[in-house]
Design a protein around this ligand. Structure first.
Ligand SMILES: [Fe+2]
Length: 337
């Protein structure tokens, strides 16, 4: 079967690299001698600290860690790698003593992906490494696919000079609001991605409509209003984007049902989409657009409060936007005044 993600692998493939951490040189050399003939590049580390340093600074595809090492143990290194967003997807194999069932329990709790027992058996080592490398390759390709979609979103933003920096600011506003209202980790990731991806469906809207000075015709309005649906269709194939889809589809809904594309009301609109809706309007008002001048943040918040009173937006979220908008770390871009 053809791999649907295969076309994304461009250029010459990098040699898959394995990090081996063991304080015993003979054990390191044994693993190296078994793995190098299989086509893997090896980075050797004599202790846990060196292993952590290598995993964070070099392109590593798999880590094989001895449990007992001076300084940071294999368990600690594994725990650190799995709690760091930059290395949490790196597969980790812990090498334990043959009778180390207690070690395995600790290893599972530390997030290890697999185990090897000493003495190392060549066939078992190769089989486990191949299996984990295959999974790592799929994860890498998925990340490439996500990067392509995000790049597409940024290129759409770049088509319209009026919206420069809009996606990035929205990602910042949304996550700042999410943090304040206690969003969980998945929701925080969705909010950040939603900030970047929410308008990706505008790829289907002709540039002369996107950048038009003056009111849109009915047909043009219909074309623009399709962008949440088109955006959802673009991102649906990527399963890791599933939490972002409701944001993309519903970021123009209004609590009173006057929004689009589905005219959803109140609690039917996902919270993440309601957050983005408020941040989107605030950013649109405070930056120069073809159809209006930028207004100061305070006036934009007043517009949002009026909308909340009318029942369009969630008053509690407008209150959070008010707090987030004045954060010094989140400067409001005001142009043209
Ligand atoms: Fe939009």
């Amino acid at each position: 079967m053809t791999d649907p993600l295969a076309p994304l692998s461009l250029g010459s493939p990098r040699i898959p690299t394995i990090l081996i951490a063991d304080d015993d040189e003979a054990s390191r050399m044994l693993l190296q001698d078994l793995l190098e003939p299989e086509g893997y590049a090896i980075i050797a580390a004599p202790d846990g600290n060196a292993a952590l340093e290598a995993a964070r600074s070099k392109a590593v595809d798999l880590a094989i860690l001895d449990v007992m090492m001076p300084g940071e143990t294999g368990f600690n290194v594994c725990r650190s790698l799995k709690s760091d967003p930059n290395t949490k997807l790196l597969p980790v194999v812990l090498v334990t003593a043959l009778s180390g069932s207690a070690d395995r329990v600790v290893g599972i709790e530390a997030g290890a992906d697999d185990f090897l027992s000493k003495p190392i058996r060549r066939e078992e080592l190769i089989a486990r490494v191949r299996s984990l490398m295959r999974i790592k390759q799929y994860v890498d390709r998925l990340e490439e696919a996500e990067a392509v979609v995000c790049a597409l979103a940024m290129s759409i933003e770049a088509k319209d000079p009026y919206t420069e920096g809009h996606c990035q600011r929205l990602a910042e506003y949304c996550t700042a609001i999410g943090q304040r209202i206690g969003a969980n980790e998945d929701e925080m990731i969705a909010l950040r991605r939603g900030g970047i991806l929410h308008d990706i469906g505008k790829v289907a809207v002709p540039e002369q409509i996107l950048c038009k000075n003056g009111p849109l015709t009915t047909e043009e309005r219909v074309a623009v209003n399709l962008h949440p649906v088109v955006g959802e269709q673009i991102c649906t194939p990527l399963r890791s984007f599933s939490d972002v889809l409701p944001i993309i589809r519903h970021h123009h809904e209004r609590l009173d049902g006057t929004g689009y594309p589905d005219g959803l009301k109140n609690g039917k609109i996902p919270m993440t989409a309601r957050i983005l809706a408020v941040a989107d309007v605030f950013d649109a008002l405070t930056t120069q657009r073809p159809y209006h001048h930028a207004i100061p943040a305070q006036e934009a918040l007043e517009v949002l409060w009026e909308g909340a009173k009318r029942g369009a937006w969630d008053g509690d979220l407008v209150k959070e936007m008010e707090k987030v908008a004045v954060l010094p770390a989140l400067p409001v871009k005001v142009e043209g005044n």
